[in-house]
Design a protein around this ligand. Structure first.
Ligand SMILES: Cc1cc2nc3c(=O)[nH]c(=O)nc-3n(C[C@H](O)[C@H](O)[C@H](O)COP(=O)(O)OP(=O)(O)OC[C@H]3O[C@@H](n4cnc5c(N)ncnc54)[C@H](O)[C@@H]3O)c2cc1C
Ligand code: SF4
Length: 457
């Protein structure tokens, strides 16, 4: 059996100085060879690992038969954002994890083939050729334009609903635009996905904070018959330790929003200020931390250290992101936690005091807890700290909407039909407990189905 085809990447010491894409995509020949590895299983286990239930063998078969146009049609039946998923989904823990080939060798590179197909379509199919069906008289409002909102909006528009997306920021995409950097997901790729949704008749209204600019009650009064809430988890976590408010300590969200959404990396062409940092410390071990270290390196840091309280094996970030960060010159300081921040006389951070950690024996759930090693404190000098310690659900809309209930952790409570505690209001994505792009999309899809059932009654 042939080996999995590796996707070409740009050289680490060149790519770590710019924001162009790291992975270069498959050529036609590479895609053909990889597609031919698929066994076309009668009971394809890969599909069970896909939250949006793409017909995976179906689109791969079309690539293997040199029909990328058909492959794109099969993909789009279930996935409104294939160029995004092909770039950022953790396929290794989803579809590819279940691929039967993975038992004895490397699984089929489903994500790479998805990206190939979507990029082929971007170069060869005009958006106007995508057909819209159905009537459009019943209005549905979608709050938030992240992957959950975009997927829900797309599926409802395909069912013939008149959909309006309200977004508090000045552009669409949620984390896909403001969090994930250009070198992983270029904004023109996202633009095209959003343009194809606009071609379905979906309207986008920006700079519009539902809860304040208008309430959900206003939306119902305006004639919307159902509402989908996809407001995400944009609230950063702080460590709660001494000195965390010193100057030049950013939350990863603020740092990445300035860089990505507000294009600070093109300063002075764009006038968003950002402190670049010479010796940068990023605290955390997830995708947000990886995007922060790699961005800090690209905007000119001499040294970038990633401080994480467990080891690399336990980091929640995708393996590929960890691998790329190390290749690009980021240093991982494992089994280490911050204790306090130190500043100069003007209040600018100058060091992080850290403590070494060790992992306990696995508990009942199999997880090993990090505990501090007494008297192991040490200092890391720094002039810029980025805190990437995780995100909480966005509290604005629930706090401003009477009857929209959350659980103890702040996630919206939804029932099996994705309806919240208010009749006619549905929710999905990170605000309802999701944590990846494809989970958000899967929930947006299920919510669209249930909104259709609700409105059909
Ligand atoms: C830096 C970073 C990197 C990541 N990398 C990956 C990755 O590689 N792979 C992966 O699978 N996942 C990744 N994730 C997680 C993933 O991005 C999220 O799970 C996903 O974006 C959640 O989608 P969502 O639609 O629920 O919310 P979001 O993407 O957060 O979008 C919510 C949108 O709602 C808007 N909004 C909020 N409140 C209101 C309101 N009241 N009115 C109007 N609009 C409102 C927000 O402005 C935002 O645009 C990453 C997350 C971060 C932060
Ligand atoms: S499980 Fe693997 S080999 Fe089988 S259909 Fe899916 S991708 Fe192809």
């Amino acid at each position: 059996m042939s080996q999995r085809i590796k996707m070409s990447e740009r050289q680490p010491d060149i790519r770590n100085k710019d924001f162009q894409q790291v992975n270069l995509g498959y050529t036609d020949e590479q895609a053909l060879q990889e597609a031919k590895r698929c066994l076309q299983c009668k009971k394809p286990l890969c599909v069970t690992g896909c939250p949006v239930e793409i017909n995976i063998p179906g689109f791969i078969k079309q690539i293997a038969e040199k029909n990328p146009n058909q492959a794109f049609k099969v993909l789009k039946e279930k996935n409104n954002l294939p160029a995004v998923c092909g770039r950022v989904c953790p396929q290794e823990s989803q579809c590819e994890k279940h691929c039967i080939l993975g038992i004895k060798q490397e699984p089929v590179a489903i994500g790479n083939l998805e990206r190939y197909t979507a990029d082929w379509a971007a170069n060869n199919i005009k958006i106007s050729e995508i057909k819209i069906e159905g009537s459009r008289c019943i209005r549905v409002a979608v709050i938030g334009s992240g992957p959950a909102g975009l997927t829900c909006a797309g599926d409802l528009a395909k069912l013939g609903y008149d959909v309006t997306v309200f977004e508090s920021l000045h552009d669409s995409g949620g984390v896909l635009r403001y969090g994930i950097p250009e070198f992983r997901l270029p904004s023109n790729v996202l633009d095209r996905e959003v343009d194809s949704l606009k071609a379905l008749g979906i309207k986008f209204i920006f700079n519009y904070l539902i809860g304040r600019t208008k309430t959900v009650a206003d939306l119902f009064n305006d004639g919307f018959k159902a509402i989908f809430v996809g407001t995400g988890a944009g609230l950063p976590t702080f460590p709660g330790i001494e000195g965390e408010n010193f100057n030049n300590i950013y939350s990863a969200n603020e740092f990445l929003v300035r860089i990505n959404l507000m294009t600070a990396f093109k300063f002075p062409e764009f006038d968003t200020p950002i402190y670049k940092g010479k010796n940068v410390v990023v605290i955390g071990g997830g995708n947000t931390a990886m995007d922060s270290v790699r961005t800090a390196k690209r905007i000119g840091a001499e040294s970038v250290k990633l401080v994480y309280r467990r080891t690399q094996e336990e980091m929640p970030a995708r393996l590929e992101e960890r691998h790329h960060a190390l290749q690009e010159g980021v240093e991982f300081v494992e089994l280490t936690a911050p204790v306090k921040f130190l500043a100069d006389e003007k209040g600018f951070v100058k060091a992080v005091e850290c403590i070494k950690m060790e992992l306990t024996e696995p508990d009942a759930s199999g997880r090993r807890k990090p505990v501090p090693i007494p008297n192991s404190n040490f200092i890391i000098e720094t002039d810029l700290v980025i805190l990437a310690l995780g995100l909480h659900p966005n509290p604005i809309l629930p706090s401003l909407t009477k009857g929209l209930e959350t659980n103890a952790k702040g996630y919206l409570i939804i029932n099996d039909n994705f309806m919240t505690t208010i009749n006619g209001i549905f929710a999905g994505g990170d605000i309802a407990g999701g944590s990846t792009v494809i989970q958000a999309m899967g929930m947006g899809k299920q919510a669209a189905k249930n909104i259709h059932l609700y409105l059909s009654k």
